[in-house]
Design a protein around this ligand. Structure first.
Ligand SMILES: Nc1ncnc2c1ncn2[C@@H]1O[C@H](COP(=O)(O)OP(=O)(O)OP(=O)(O)O)[C@@H](O)[C@H]1O
Ligand SMILES: [Mg+2]
Length: 274
């Protein structure tokens, strides 16, 4: 008998499979005048339930990295898997929800019908579509706004509708590209709090792009600091703050120390020549 075979009836625990695995990813855009080196040798493993923030100077390739994970760009070299699949397979299986920087809602559809759109495409029955939309709108604090149109809502509320839409088909992975970038600070604080509570409830794996150090420290389990273009990973910082976070945590020395480390990483990588 092979010595390493488990005894009958006993199962050997499998090592946890990463939700996103990026290996030696390089991406160069071919443009009319000269190639643009967007990402250089980026490797990153994201486990189930992680909340990862990508932070780095404008143009360093954060959106590009998300778009590769979402199968919206093809790497020049390197490999990416999403839940053990190629990005294309993951896209076809709707393994992720994508929240864009602008809410991208259809103005002629009500809030509810915007959230139900991907479910219609998936062919879910009407009753289930309605139930899921109601649940996700409740999740983002928008119960009662089902019949409004997007243009009747504030920017922050529209952004919450797009988060509800991304959550509605229950993806394993949520990709969010600066979803709160255009909002005032008070609204942003409020949405940060809602998002961290939502994450605690659902434990979705999240990749979140931000330019705000405080937002990254507040929301994340890990922060990935990127260099200016071509984007490389300069530092990966474990955010070991308690999972239960209120906005007051931003006043603590632990929070300040983490923010300091992110700022140092960004400063180190910064250059002003383009
Ligand atoms: N389709 C494209 N064709 C050519 N170059 C591109 C394309 N998309 C992005 N780039 C370039 O690749 C680099 C990385 O762009 P990307 O949008 O990923 O940056 P980013 O980190 O998301 O920036 P920001 O913080 O401003 O959103 C930039 O220099 C950008 O000009
Ligand atoms: Mg971007």
């Amino acid at each position: 008998m092979a010595p390493d075979r488990p005894a009958a009836g006993r199962s050997v625990p499998e090592p946890a499979r990463p939700i996103v695995d990026v290996r030696h990813l390089t991406l160069t855009y071919q443009t009319a005048d000269k190639p643009v080196y967007a990402l250089s040798d980026v490797s990153l493993t994201i486990g189930k339930g992680d909340f990862i923030s990508l932070i780095g100077p404008s143009g360093c390739g954060k959106t590009t990295l998300m778009r590769v994970v979402a199968d919206l760009e093809q790497p020049t070299s390197g490999e990416v898997t999403v839940n053990g699949m190629t990005p294309e397979q993951a896209r076809l299986k709707r393994a992720y929800g994508y929240v864009f920087q602008a809410p991208a809602l259809y103005p002629w559809r009500t809030v509810e019908r915007n959230v139900m759109l991907p479910l219609e495409i998936m062919g879910l029955p009407r009753a289930e579509r309605k139930a899921r939309a109601a649940e996700q709108l409740r999740n983002v604090g928008l119960a009662g706004f089902e019949k409004k149109f997007p243009w009747q809502l504030s920017g922050g509320m529209q952004q919450r509708v797009s988060i509800a839409r991304a959550l509605a088909f229950e993806p394993e992975l949520l990709l969010m590209d600066e979803p709160f970038g255009a909002l005032d600070e008070i609204t942003r604080d409020h949405l940060n709090l809602q998002l961290t509570q939502l994450w605690r409830r659902t434990r979705k794996t999240c990749i979140f792009v931000t330019h705000s150090i405080a937002e990254a420290v507040f929301l994340s389990t890990r922060i990935v600091v990127m260099s200016p273009r071509p984007g490389r990973i300069l530092d990966v910082i474990d955010c070991d703050l308690p999972a239960e976070r209120t906005l007051d945590i931003r006043e603590t020395p632990e929070f300040a120390a983490l923010a300091h480390r992110v700022r140092d990483g960004l400063k180190e990588g910064h250059s002003y020549d383009d």
